[in-house]
Design a protein around this ligand. Sequence first.
Ligand code: ACM
Ligand code: ZN
Length: 483
Amino acid sequence: MLNTTLNIIPKPFHVRMPGGFLTYPLQAPAVKKHDPSLPREGYLLSVSGDGVTAACSSDAGYFYASQTLRQLRRQFGTALPFLTLLDKPRFPYRAFMIDCARHFFSVSELKRMIDAAAMFKFNIFHWHLTNDQGWRADLPGLPELREKGSVRTHSNFGRVYDPTSYGGCYSADEMREIVSYCRERFIEVVPEFDLPGHVSALLHVYPELACGQRPVELKATGGIFKDILCAGNSDTLPVLFKIFDGFCDIFDGPYIHIGGDEVPKNRWRDCPDCQAKIASLGLKNEEELQGWLMNQVAGYLREKGKISVAWNESLRGGNLDGDIISQMWMEKGTLSADRANTGHALIVSDFYHHYMDYPYGMTPLKKVYLFDPLIDGLTPVGAENVIGIDTPIWTEHVRDFERMGYQCYPRFIAVAERVWSTEGSRDYKDFRSRLKKVIPALDSLVPYASEREWDPNPVQRVSQTVSFFARSGNAEMMRNMKE
Ligand code: ACM
Ligand code: ZN
């Protein structure tokens, strides 16, 4: 037996190394072998005197075998150790999210993020394309979304004030290019049109869809805004359906994210049309009205063969359709666990562990790595319904690619291991030592934080956290912080 640590991330399911080496040219791929008995994304990589083979039941499995082989080559060059490496993911939904609404990132920057994620076997790119500060999807037949919704007059996120106008919008061709770029890397794009809140950009384009039909400005600051889509206006759903037609035309994957987070109900409480809608549908309150609205959208998308995903606030009405996948990011009670416990799929995006826009002092690498996504309150049945993790980078405070790379890497790599490898393989010391060897693979691709920044000491943790919230102007969130 060869006693060598393999510098592979995510840690493979099972490896046996009998001893001995094969000289194998750097560029030569593994020989592909079809084996229907292997799990869909799994593979069996063998290095022996006969060569290098990758058995798999799907092209995705072969792709993941190739990523592993790449890492072996970084470690061993042309002298590969004999091995039998059986690998498969723990969870099927392995997502990273980029918020392109608060700040805009070019297609080439996104491609670099996608390349980096593919190295670590992520398989979903959740593309947050709409929010209060900008509409970023130029959809066929709806040029007004780009013309009126994609440029804000200035930016003022926390203490950073920029008086210049700021905008950006992906053309349909660019979005299609990202879809096919991802697919070549076995990544599905999940576009998000966040509704019925976080829609200032949309309401700026269509003020008639706001309660009271009031004019709404694109926002220059972060936050939660009261103007939301009027659920009682009979024009709202037809417009939403038209927009989703545009999304479905471009994004041909199985999932669409329909948002549902942070929806203040002030306007709905005061709006005669929304109140009339609640009464005519026999709903109890505004939370049920949100559930109803999400269901209308999800129903329309279901007809088009799509599965909808929605943030956990959509569960509050208790009437969300069962086939909508809910995504937990922050909640006081146990609605998300209850949802999974009663047989429904759940994605975990835990604010305290998976939100990469916060400083390393608040969310150190070790904390990210050790967090198992089986959240409190899950029964064994509920645990079976957790389909994976989505790790977001929100970009109010991430103005450029340099910052995005620094915030995401290496923390995305810790999430990648958590969502692929078994819970039993969690060993931070071992992960860190592999990471030090693996991370230079990102050198020409994305910026990343240097080792001394990964796990700040307690004093640094407090000072980074306090100064982040002081700068970002979000004291409320700091008060709510927990370990
Ligand atoms: C969220 O962070 N508002 C989903
Ligand atoms: Zn209304």
